[in-house]
Design a protein around this ligand. Structure first.
Ligand code: PMV
Length: 312
């Protein structure tokens, strides 16, 4: 039996759209921070037939099954019982598939003695879920051409940003990321502009992080979020992942920043808002978000480490 743990990551420069082909290669680079606090814990044991248990419930997860079938075309992996638990809502825009595939490949690699390094694991995790490639590493992480395996940019100590996550709905999203991305690629008139702009902003964001330039990173991250959601809205049928509370929270965070608090928002394919701030601002940010009606839960996180085996 082998157990591994991985944390979700949040992209500050988002990817939304894949290159054609079977390997799940993103169409544009992305840059993320890995969180602590939120975690997926995955335990694998050898058994005759595969079995997948998510949060205590046996589930028929076709994405995991297809991924395992693909892995077995070139790696020796026996039948596995996979038991995975998230300490946060699953499939709700909180990157559970990122931490999920990162924890799973880390556990399988150790359990089956595959001898893969974190870079190779990142590449395989990406084939399950694009963002999962980044959860293999901690701190600030980038994912870009030509290898499309994530690489660590800086560790958490470089710039210990804090994140306050406002959960506004714990339900699963109506349209999965994979379906949504394909819809945007094939129907949005803005898709080529989105890809081009992301490439430019990716380089700028790297520099902002290197220089610890909070104002620049805030501008680029919010722009990446809003560009992605504009792309989603311009898809046919439109993809609207926000609810009313998400919009109120965006206004609240912008107003806080205008009043001098170092904070910005970022949002993925769901209605949750992640407020990224400097450590000295975290109490003010948390109390301001707590006052917003409709916020169900607030979770504080710092930057966390990469995926790892926790026992054997
Ligand atoms: O990991 P995927 O392929 O389900 O896509 C994740 C997409 C976003 O979270 C919205 C953006 C990102 O770069 O993480």
């Amino acid at each position: 039996m082998t157990t591994a743990i991985a944390h979700p990551n949040i992209a500050l420069i988002k990817y939304w759209g894949k290159a054609p082909g079977p390997l799940n290669i993103p169409a544009s680079p992305s840059l993320s921070i890995t969180l602590d606090q939120l975690a997926t814990t995955t335990r694998v044991t050898t058994q005759q037939r595969d079995r997948f248990v998510l949060n205590g419930v046996e589930t028929d997860d076709r994405k995991v099954a297809a991924w395992l079938t693909h892995l077995r075309t070139h790696l020796s992996i026996p039948g596995l019982s996979i038991e995975t638990t998230n300490n946060f809502p699953t499939g709700a825009g909180l990157a559970s598939s990122a931490s999920g595939f990162a924890a799973l490949i880390t556990a399988i690699n150790a359990h089956c003695g595959l001898g893969l390094d974190a870079t190779a694991c990142s590449s395989l995790a990406r084939q399950g879920s694009g963002s999962a490639a980044r959860s293999l590493f901690g701190g600030f992480v980038e994912l870009h051409a030509p290898e499309w395996c994530a690489t660590p940019l800086f560790d958490a100590a470089h710039w210990p940003l804090n994140v306050v996550i406002a959960i506004t709905d714990t339900g699963r999203k109506a349209v999965s990321s994979s379906v949504g991305m394909e819809r945007s690629r094939t129907t949005s008139p803005y898709y080529p502009a989105w890809i081009k702009q992301t490439e430019v902003m990716f380089d700028e964001a790297r520099e902002a992080i290197r220089e610890r330039d909070f104002d620049l990173l805030a501008r680029l991250s919010e722009q990446s979020t809003l560009n992605m959601h504009a792309l989603m809205l311009s898809s046919q049928p439109p993809l609207l992942y926000w609810n009313g509370v998400s919009v109120v929270l965006m206004h609240r965070i912008t107003a806080l920043r205008d009043s001098g608090v170092p904070v910005f928002f970022t949002i993925d394919a769901g209605p949750q808002i992640k407020a990224v701030c400097l450590p000295e601002a975290v109490d003010v940010v948390e109390s301001a978000l707590r006052e917003v009606e409709g916020v169900r839960q607030l979770v504080r996180a710092k930057l966390g480490g990469g995926a790892r085996v926790v026992n054997d």
